[in-house]
Design a protein around this ligand. Structure first.
Ligand code: NDP
Length: 270
């Protein structure tokens, strides 16, 4: 049976084993998927051991996405642009290919599951960490008109804008025209830290989306509703969609996601 795993530290919270077990059952693919807690300074060794024991692929989560970029033998364009790897594919000759499915997962959730229109739309992204880096190119590729970044530490947002060098990507400034889509890509909901959110950023009929999900997203979604967002969603759909993209990269089979999102939604309500 082909073996897959997610590597992180900590890893107990990861929903990936549950998601991939549901995908495998649904598609009839014979595989096992486990969670591996790698030492903080031992990601590369842990992955190489896993591959030596027959591992066919891996997901990578906090804090190893940069280590994964440095560990793989080849880097796909999405991972290069994101500066991070969340999916490792073990090629037939044993070489490791690194990819990043986070941004594809977000765009698929927005377009296919939630019916959010992206074409020519104005998007505000709050945050400038690894996840934000991963979603920007897929958003731009999906045809958005403009993306503006706002972040607690403005220099981090500025360095992303400089690195992308895309005329549609810039920094948010106060009193800009409001946005059609406001995405929260900070980890403030997870860490419980205080945050200042920009005022008056929602255009009429605008959508809000938090990359985090469940309780971690609650504060942002409440704020978005208070600010007049038409709809506000958490990132559970993105989580399942990025996993489906990894599954497809490994197995060449695309699982259906709606029932899996429903299962996960029930899980996090328990
Ligand atoms: P990083 O640690 O790389 O970045 C954290 C970002 O949050 C930085 O921009 C940081 O600002 C900002 N931040 C942290 N605390 C606060 C605060 N109290 N107030 C304001 N801003 C704050 O995290 P990631 O980019 O990896 O992850 C961000 C979020 O995305 C997490 O919630 C994660 O769970 C979620 N995610 C969801 C996925 C999904 O599939 N649904 C996939 C990947 C991530 P500064 O630059 O000032 O430090």
């Amino acid at each position: 049976m082909d073996r897959y795993a997610v590597f992180g530290n900590p890893i107990g919270h990861s929903r990936s084993p549950r998601i991939h077990a549901l995908f495998a059952a649904q598609t009839g693919e014979e595989l096992s998927y486990s969670a591996v807690m790698a030492p903080r300074d031992g990601f590369a060794v842990a992955v190489r051991q896993f591959v030596a024991r027959g591992g066919r692929g891996a997901n990578v989560t906090v804090p190893f996405k940069l280590d994964a970029l440095a560990t793989v033998d080849a880097v796909a364009p999405a991972a290069q642009r994101a500066g991070a790897v969340n999916t490792i594919i073990v090629e037939l000759d044993g070489r490791l290919r690194g990819d990043n499915t986070d941004g594809t997962g977000l765009v698929r959730d927005l377009l296919a599951n939630l019916g959010v229109v992206l074409d020519a739309r104005r998007v505000l992204v709050i945050g400038a960490g690894g996840a934000v880096r991963g979603i920007l190119q897929p958003l731009l590729d999906a045809g958005v008109g403009a993306v503006r970044l706002a972040n607690r530490t403005p220099a981090n947002a500025a360095s992303i804008v400089a690195a992308f060098a895309d005329p549609r990507l810039g920094l948010h400034v106060a009193n800009e025209r409001p946005y059609d889509l406001v995405i929260n890509g900070t980890s403030a909901g997870l860490t419980g830290g205080e945050r200042a959110l920009p005022e008056g950023v929602f255009a009429t009929g605008a959508t809000a989306y938090d990359l985090s999900y469940g309780a971690a997203a609650a504060g942002f979604l409440r704020w978005a509703n208070d600010q007049g967002a038409r709809a506000a969603y958490d990132g559970l759909g993105m989580l399942v969609e990025q996993a489906a993209e990894s599954f497809w990269l490994w197995r060449g089979v695309r699982p259906a996601t709606a029932s899996v999102i429903e299962h996960l939604r029930k899980d996090i309500q328990i």
